[in-house]
Each structure stands twice: as structure tokens, then as C-alpha cells.
Design a protein around this ligand. Structure first.
Ligand code: C2E
Ligand code: MG
Ligand code: MG
Length: 707
């Protein structure tokens, strides 16, 4: 068989080798370099004279040396081996990827070595590596947790990764080509457009948080935070690069915190701060609204007797009932232990407000089913209306006052009281006109409440408390008209009317009772006050030494004078000189400073009923009363406790050393016609409610004909 290779003597093989475009290298059996053609020199750049005789392995990448040796071994005796790829060191310091294939030419005369043909594959290798990374990178992006998007200038999706579909369910084939904003809520679309616009305008990265819709409407839209990088000017990327991630957890955490700051944990109702915020806007916008205060009656015993768990359960149920009762625009807040406030939207007249209150009253009075069994509780409800000149604090105070009035009413005093401050300006004007007429017609009279010696049970005095028999509104208590009288300049007249009424009743009674009147600050500033009092007392033949003038701490602090007025201090001194006794009323609610007490020739101190109410249940109230008694003894003052409602309170007050008592336990304020009869029956000893019918007293006041 002829060899396919023919040899020609006339050929210049060196020239041929020099012309072969592929690098050709010949090494000896020890792999030392014997020959490099010009392509090989061109590939590696080495000066061949420097390298001839040296080991080729010195030019091979260390990682590829083993492959080269094994390939050399395997090619032994063969005309051609298997091609291998290896890295060779070039003179410029770089590595070249070459594909080599060798053949054993050790037997060929003049060659005596291996002939290796090489090909530069560096470009191909780089491209392969690069394209290999792109694929890897694409895979990584596809599976990344964050959403990645490429958008065009108009916000249209050019490409999108898998997170978009995993999170929101939209198919990539639908997403690509659609506007990103088309997958958000309408509000979100605007925000996205804004953020994209800003990024295009400034060239900077922008962020926004947007609610994105899920493909399945059953799922709530999710809050997604977008970071938009503007690479529109980059020649390779030329688009907006957007990364985004789900911030639902963050949102939930943020919302939980916000909820906690604005809600009561027990009932889930909003708290006082939310109430005040809403009330502020209600007042500012003059929105017709009723502010309804609700306070549970005798909640403390429930808590004490049944335990806190039952108490909590009850409060939760009360909150729930209130929530179910009101309309969607109304607000229900829990503002204290057993205190709730409802803002009834759109209510601007008293009748409707009353209806709402009645509904609340009735709903709360229904039995509650607690874990321990059914129970009942009632609530006292007070209401104030957002009238023209209302303020937030004024409304809160008025509703609170009305609630306390309701509580008092619930305890038995059958009089009505709508704090005058919460009436509209028109209503007040009309009522002031009514009062001017009523005072002259004898509609305002002094009810008298007995003051009793705590050791003997004998009545020692009577205190005049003004009541207005209004032709349409029924019997009104002072809170409903005192400040009206003051505003209308009727306070002096009112004082005279009450004093006359008291004297008229007293003139028919034995003379040993002291007679108390309450004087307000403006009354004390009246320069003619003492003179008029003397005149009236004189007319009824009553000695001025029987008079007890009750003033509040507030009155003793006010130093108003001028414009025909005198300072309250001066009037008090004058009254003292007339022989009247001075009593400090509502003690403990004002500044209660000792210096202040010393400044006046006081005869008695009346402990405010709020302390008396807590004497059996609150250690602090008991301590205050004890301290007041101690101080009064040191200053030689009598101590009167007002608002005594239960036998236990009476006992406690006696133990603490109070001298005199007043309150519903002994008697409600008595209408003029009732006084003589009551004194005849009860004036010399404790009334029956105190001596034997303990049960009646405990059930909320003595069994008497309504005052
Ligand atoms: P005050 O002088 O401290 O009178 C005690 C108030 O407590 C009275 O309210 C009385 O009805 C009420 N009260 C008496 N016993 C009890 C009780 O056991 N429980 C409860 N919850 N309340 C009881 P009222 O009559 O509404 O008077 C309120 C205030 O108005 C009086 O407080 C007094 O400062 C003032 N006031 C009353 N009449 C006149 C008056 O003719 N002129 C002036 N300037 N002020 C008056
Ligand atoms: Mg008083
Ligand atoms: Mg008082």
C-alpha cells in the first residue's frame, strides 16, 4: 500500500513549515523544544533561540502539565494522538488557550521527536466562559427572591424574573410588554409613574412602595418596595433596572405597632388619643356631634368580688355592645378603666342625643353571660353637644359632668341637670331669659339638706341648695343654671332669692339649726352683699350668727376687685364680723393649702364627696380624710363630710373623727314643704334608714318621698 504522504526532494520543507498558518512545535522524547515554526513564534511571542533545548513543560500552565505528560505518553508510537486543550504562557505575560494534537515522529530521520500542531482557541474559550456565566447569571436572576425587572422609558416591562410570577402570579408572557403599573392598584400606578418619572428626570435611583395586585383577586394586593435605577443612557443596558421585594411583613409589623399605639388592647376599641384627635376635628369643622360619656356603675365590686378575669370579660362585652350599637361613622373609645366615650356623628339636638343615650343605657343593662354565669351591670351616661363655641376640653368636661349628674340621679335624687355650658348659644340665651323671669316668679327655691351630728344623729343645721322649677324642663340643679345666672348678671338676684327662700322655710322652724348658704365668686365680689344679707335676715327675724357661708377654695383664691367690686377676701372678713360662720366647701378638690386656710377665720371644712365616696374602697381617700381631720383638729375647725350614701361610709367617717355629716343616706335635699315634717320625724335622732333598714340604704338611698 502506498503511503498517502509522498516526499519530494525538491521541496524546501523549512519554507513550508514557515508558511503553515497553524503553530507547529517539535519536541524531543524528553519534551524539550526542538523547533517552533513562525506561527508558533507569533502565537507565543518568545524568541525561539532562547527557548530551544528547554522543556516545553515550562511554558505549560501548571494545572495542565499532567495532561500534557499523559498525552505525550499515549501518543508514543502513533502518528496522531487525541487533541487536548491547554494553556501556554505567552511572552506578554498572558495565557493562551491552545488546542494541540501531536504525532510520534521519533522514527523520522531528521525529526526524532514529536510533532505537535497547535491552534489558538483563546477567543473561543473566552466566549464560552462568558456565555456560560450569562446563562448561570440568568438562572440566578430567574430564581432570586427579589423581583427583577427591566423597563423601557415608558415603564413597559422588557424582561422579568420568576419572583414576579411567584409573588403575584402573573405569567411572564403576559407581563412582558405590559406596563408595570397595570399590575398595581390605581393609587399605586400613580406612585410608580411618579417614581419612574423622577428617576428619568434626575438620572438617580428612586424608590417607592406600591400595592401590587395578585393575578387571583382572592389574594389581597401586596405592598412591594421598588428600587428603580436609571440605566437608559448605558449603551449596553439602555433601560430602567428595577428590583423589588415584598414588604408585607414589615407592613404588618408597622401596622401592629400603630394599632397598639392607638387602641385599647383589652377591648380593641380606640383609645383616648384617637378620641381627642377626632374630637378636635369635630370641633374645628363644627360638625354636629354628641359626646357621650359612659361609666359603669359599681364596676369595682365586680372586679373585686369576681376577679380581674371576669372584670376584663365584662369590659370586653361592654365594648362589643357599644360597637354594635353605634353607626359606622360613630366612634367608640375606651378612655379609662370602666369609662367609654361615644362620638355620635350628626346628632345636633338634645332629643336625639337623649334617644341615643337611652339606647346605650338599655343595651348595657341587658344581662351579660360571663364564664362564671350571667351578670348585670348598669351604666351612667352623660352627653354634651358640639355647639358653636365648644372646645375639646369643654365638651369632655361637660359630658363628664353630665355623666356624674346621671350617676347622682341614679342614686335617687329625682332632679334633672343638663350642664348649661353644653347648651347652644341660643338655648343659653333663652334659658337666661327664662331665669330672669323665673327668679321673679318664685320658680327658684332653696331645698334644704340636713347637716347631722355624727355622734348623736341629731340635725344641727340645714344647707340651702338652689333648685329651679322650670315650667318645661322640670326641676333643675345648680349646674344647669348657676353660670347662666353669672353670665346674665343675675347672680346677686339668685343669691337673694335663695336666701329669702331659705329664711322663709327656716322662720317656721326651731331656732337652733344653723343655716348654710353657698356663695360663688361673683357674689363675693358684690360690694352690697353683706348689707343685703343683713337686710333679708333681719326681715325674717333670723340672727346673723346662725348663718353659715359656704365658699369653695377657688373663691378664696380669687382676688378680683375694681369696677364697683370688692375682693372676696374683704367680703368674707365683713361676713365674719357680722357673726356669720365660714365653711370651706368641696375641700380637697382645689389647692388645699394650709396657708390659705389660715388666712381666713374659718369655722368648718367640708370634705368633698369624692373622698367620701372612696372612704371604704380607696386607701388613699381614707388617708386624705384622716389627714384633713388631723389638721382641722389642730386648727380647731369642725369637719363636715358631704355626700354620705352608705352606712359603711358613715361608720368609716365616724372612726376617722369627722364631726358632721350630710348625704342621701340621711336625707336628700328637701323641698321647702317637706322640711318641717322631716325634722319633726328625724331631727332628733338618726333616721330609720340609718338605724334599722341597712338593706334599704345599701340598695341606693333612703326610702323617702322624692324631693
Ligand atoms: P355643694 O355645696 O358641695 O353641695 C353638695 C352637692 O351634693 C349638692 O348638689 C347636693 O345635692 C349633692 N349631694 C348631697 N348629698 C349627696 C349624696 O349623698 N350623694 C351625692 N351624690 N350628692 C349629694 P347640688 O344641689 O347639685 O349643688 C351643686 C353645687 O352647686 C353645690 O355644691 C354648691 O356649690 C352649688 N350651689 C347650690 N346652691 C347654690 C346657691 O344657691 N348659690 C350658689 N352660689 N351655689 C349653689
Ligand atoms: Mg355647699
Ligand atoms: Mg360640696
Amino acid at each position: 500500500m502506498n503511503s498517502p504522504v509522498t516526499t519530494r526532494d525538491d521541496f524546501d520543507y523549512a519554507a513550508i513549515m514557515a508558511a503553515v498558518p497553524d503553530p507547529v512545535i517539535i519536541v524531543d522524547p524528553e519534551i524539550n523544544l526542538k523547533y517552533l515554526n513562525s506561527a508558533a513564534v507569533g502565537l507565543l511571542g518568545w524568541d525561539p533561540t532562547e527557548w530551544l533545548g528547554r522543556s516545553l513543560l515550562a511554558l505549560i500552565h501548571p494545572d495542565d502539565v499532567a495532561v500534557v505528560i499523559s498525552s505525550a505518553n499515549s501518543v508514543r508510537g502513533k502518528a496522531s494522538g487525541t487533541p487536548i486543550e491547554l494553556r501556554m504562557h505567552a511572552a506578554d505575560g498572558t495565557w493562551k488557550w491552545v488546542e494541540v494534537v501531536g504525532g510520534d515522529a521519533t522514527g523520522a530521520p531528521g525529526v526524532d521527536g514529536y510533532v505537535v500542531v497547535a491552534r489558538d482557541v483563546t477567543q473561543r474559550r473566552m466566549w464560552e466562559v462568558a456565555s456560560g456565566d450569562t446563562v448561570r447569571f440568568q438562572q440566578a436572576v430567574q430564581h432570586a427572591k427579589s423581583i427583577m425587572l427591566l423597563l423601557d422609558r415608558g415603564g413597559c416591562i422588557l424582561s422579568v424574573n420568576g419572583a414576579f410570577t411567584r409573588l403575584l402570579g402573573h405569567d411572564p408572557s403576559v407581563a412582558v410588554g405590559s406596563a408595570l403599573a397595570s399590575f398595581s392598584t390605581p393609587v399605586g400606578a400613580t406612585e410608580l409613574a411618579d417614581a419612574l418619572g423622577r428617576s428619568i428626570e434626575t438620572g438617580r435611583a428612586t424608590t417607592c412602595e406600591v400595592l401590587m395586585r395578585h393575578v387571583d383577586p382572592v389574594h389581597e394586593p401586596r405592598p412591594i418596595r421598588f428600587e428603580i435605577v436609571n440605566l437608559l443612557d448605558d449603551p449596553v443596558v439602555a433601560c430602567m433596572v428595577v428590583t423589588a421585594h415584598d414588604v408585607s411583613d414589615l407592613h404588618t409589623a408597622r401596622m401592629t405597632l400603630e394599632h397598639l399605639a392607638r387602641h385599647d388592647v383589652l377591648t380593641g376599641l380606640v383609645n383616648r388619643s384617637v378620641l381627642l384627635e377626632r374630637l378636635e376635628s369635630v370641633v374645628e369643622d363644627h360638625r354636629p356631634t354628641a359626646v357621650i360619656f359612659i361609666d359603669l356603675d359599681r364596676f369595682k365590686p365586680v372586679n373585686d368580688l369576681l376577679g380581674h378575669e371576669a372584670g376584663d370579660e365584662l369590659l370586653r362585652l361592654v365594648g362589643e355592645r357599644l360597637r354594635l350599637l353605634v353607626r359606622p361613622d360613630d366612634l367608640v373609645a375606651r378612655v379609662g378603666g370602666d369609662e367609654f366615650v361615644v362620638l355620635a356623628d350628626g346628632v345636633n339636638d338634645r332629643q336625639t342625643a337623649q334617644q341615643v343615650c337611652d339606647r346605650i343605657d338599655a343595651a348595657l343593662a341587658e344581662p351579660y353571660l360571663l364564664a362564671d354565669g350571667p351578670m348585670r351591670i348598669t351604666a351612667s351616661v352623660g352627653v354634651a353637644l358640639n355647639v358653636d363655641d365648644a372646645t375639646v376640653t369643654g365638651l369632655m368636661a361637660d359630658a363628664d359632668l353630665a355623666m356624674y349628674e346621671a350617676k347622682a340621679g341614679r342614686r335617687g335624687e329625682p332632679v334633672r341637670s343638663i350642664p348649661s355650658r353644653q347648651r347652644s348659644a341660643n338655648e343659653r340665651r333663652r334659658l337666661a331669659d327664662d331665669l330672669a323671669v323665673g327668679l321673679r316668679r318664685g320658680e327658684v327655691v332653696a331645698y334644704l339638706q340636713p347637716v347631722t351630728d355624727i355622734t348623736t344623729g341629731r340635725t344641727v343645721g340645714l344647707e340651702a341648695l338652689a333648685r329651679w322649677h322650670h315650667p318645661n324642663l322640670g326641676v333643675l340643679r345648680p349646674a344647669a343654671f348657676l353660670d347662666l345666672a353669672e353670665d346674665a348678671g343675675l347672680d346677686s338676684l339668685l343669691g337673694d332669692v335663695v336666701l329669702r327662700s331659705m329664711c322663709e322655710t327656716a322662720s317656721a322652724l326651731p331656732e337652733h339649726f344653723s343655716l348654710g348658704i353657698n356663695l360663688s365668686v361673683p357674689q363675693l365680689a358684690d360690694a352690697q352683699l353683706c348689707e343685703r344679707i343683713s337686710t333679708i335676715l333681719g326681715r325674717y327675724g333670723i340672727a346673723s350668727t346662725r348663718l353659715v357661708v359656704e365658699i369653695t377654695e377657688h373663691a378664696t383664691l380669687t382676688r378680683r376687685a375694681g369696677g364697683g367690686k370688692v375682693s372676696p377676701e374683704r367680703t368674707l372678713m365683713e361676713l365674719h364680723e357680722m357673726g356669720a360662720r365660714l365653711s370651706l366647701d368641696d375641700f380637697g378638690t382645689g389647692f388645699s393649702s394650709l396657708t390659705h386656710i389660715r388666712m381666713f377665720p374659718l369655722h368648718a371644712i367640708k370634705i368633698d364627696q369624692s373622698f367620701v365616696a372612696g372612704v371604704c374602697t380607696h386607701q388613699q381617700d381614707r388617708a386624705v380624710i384622716g389627714a384633713v381631720v388631723g389638721m382641722s383638729k389642730a386648727l380647731d375647725l369642725l369637719v363636715v363630710a358631704e355626700g354620705v350614701e352608705t352606712l359603711d361610709q358613715l361608720e368609716a367617717l365616724r372612726e376617722l373623727g369627722c364631726d358632721l355629716v350630710q348625704g342621701h343616706l340621711i336625707s336628700l335635699p328637701l323641698a321647702p314643704a317637706q322640711v318641717a315634717e322631716w325634722l319633726r320625724r328625724h331631727g332628733n335622732a338618726w333616721p330609720t334608714a340609718v338605724t334599722n333598714t341597712r338593706q334599704v340604704a345599701l340598695n341606693g338611698g333612703p326610702a323617702q318621698a322624692p324631693a
